[in-house]
Every structure is written in C-alpha cells, then in structure tokens.
Write a protein that binds this ligand. Structure first.
Ligand SMILES: [Zn+2]
Length: 253
C-alpha cells in the first residue's frame, strides 16, 4: 500500500470508453501532472453517442455535443491532446482492430504512463454494474500497452509510418474501490469538479460539487490527504531499464 505524492511522469495518456470517464476517474491526477509539466493526452474509444436520452436526439448530434464537452473538460485539466476513435457507444468490443488503433496512439504520443480502467471490475457496489464499454476499453488498452506497443515486429505496418515500438513505463488502473496507490488531488479538486461540470449533458441535477468532493474525501481517508483518486499501479519498466531503453531506442526524438 503506497500513497504517491511525488511522482510526476514526463507524459501520460488516458484511454477510456466515453466522454466524462476521464473526468470521473482520473482528472484530478492528470491535472496535477499537467501542472507539474507532464504532456497529457486523452483517448476516447467512443464519443458517447447513445448517452443523451432526450427526445429527437440523434447519435450524430449527441456525439458532437459530447466531443465538445470532452474537449472543454480536458482543456480545464491541461491536456495537450484529445483523440476520438469514434467506435459505437454501447457496443464497444476489445477487438484486434481497436488494439491496433490504441497501439498507434501509444507509439505516436509515447506516454510514460497510461491510465485506464480495470477490465476485471464487474460489480462496483450494491447498485452499479460496471459498463461493458468500460471493461472493453480497459481490456483493449492493457493489451495494446503490453506487449503490443513495445514489440517492433508487431503491427510492423505502423513502424513503416515511423511509429516505432514504445514501452509504457507504468499503468494506472482505475477501479474506484480497490487499489494500492492514492494520488492526492488536494491541489486539483477544483479542476476535477470543473471538468465534470463541463459535461453538462450528463450531469443534469446531480450535485457535482457535493458528490465529487465526498467521494474523493472518502478515498483519501486515513491517507494524510484531503482528496484522493485511487489506482492500482503496475510498473512495467524499472527506473534503470526505462533510462537504458530510452537511450537506445531508434527513432525517438
Ligand atoms: Zn463511461
């Protein structure tokens, strides 16, 4: 069990299923890292096109609204890039095609850390089943991270485009309830709340301020911080290996 106050990666990429998943799961941590100088990218597998249930709403219009909200939310947390893969909302599957598209984004942006969900999370409390899109996005992301993105001879057509192998150093998995690393978001709770409020089509009458602060405070309990986001962290490349690998990789700027 660790509480991680100090680590700021050089770059981080969040890979999620829907607009607002970043805001709920990891916006406080990403905002903190952005303040610390990290380059941040958010990759959205779907644009949430079935997520607005008002009369006369088309999928195309919903996707347009939700992409605009995501861009506003990610700007608030200091993300440099937002990428929309535009897979159909509610039907996301961890296919080889999706894995390859995620490998493309990882090799292009070359993140030190990737944040994604926990594909094993099904039961998330007494009144919520984790959305199948969340599981599919997380599963595709983990399979893209390891070993695919780091294998030069896998998807070698990407290498032909100059997208050479990239090894992600750490994976942060969001599971909301279980984890081993508490990231303090004391300094960025306001940005997290603001990024959630940017998703106007999703928040309705929900009291964002009260609920988000309450959840983040519950997670921080006993950890010497006021507000926290919780992750399970896997370190794929040690400090030594990371430095060595960065030094020898071909095609890295
Ligand atoms: Zn979602």
């Amino acid at each position: 069990m660790t509480s991680n106050h100090l680590y700021v990666p050089e770059s981080a990429m969040a890979i999620v299923a829907h607009p607002d998943d970043v805001a709920f799961g990891c916006s406080g941590t990403l905002a903190k890292w952005a303040k610390g100088g990290a380059r941040i990218a958010c990759v959205l597998c779907s644009s949430g096109d079935v997520g607005i249930a008002s009369e006369g709403m088309t999928k195309a219009e919903a996707a347009r609204i939700r992409e605009t909200e995501e861009q506003a939310a990610d700007k608030i947390i200091g993300a440099a890039e937002v990428v929309f893969l535009r897979q159909p909302d509610g039907m996301l599957e961890a296919t080889m095609e999706l894995r390859k598209r995620l490998v493309r984004e990882i090799r292009r942006f070359r993140p030190e850390v990737v944040i994604t969900g926990d594909p094993t999370l099904v039961w998330a409390g007494e009144n919520y089943i984790n959305h199948p899109d969340h599981r599919a996005a997380a599963s595709a992301a983990l399979d893209a991270i390891f070993p695919a993105a780091g294998q030069p001879n896998l998807f070698d057509e990407l290498a032909a485009e100059g997208l050479t192998a990239h090894k992600v150093r750490k994976v942060y998995c969001n599971n909301w309830r279980e984890g081993d690393t508490w990231e303090s978001i004391d300094e960025t709770i306001e940005l997290k709340v603001a990024s959630l409020k940017a998703h106007q089509s999703q928040m309705g009458d929900w009291d964002v301020d009260k609920n988000i602060r309450q959840w983040a405070a519950e997670r921080a309990k006993g950890k010497g911080m006021q507000y926290a986001e919780l992750f399970r962290v896997v370190t794929l490349e040690s400090d030594e290996d990371w430095a060595k690998w960065k030094g020898v990789v071909v095609g890295r700027k």
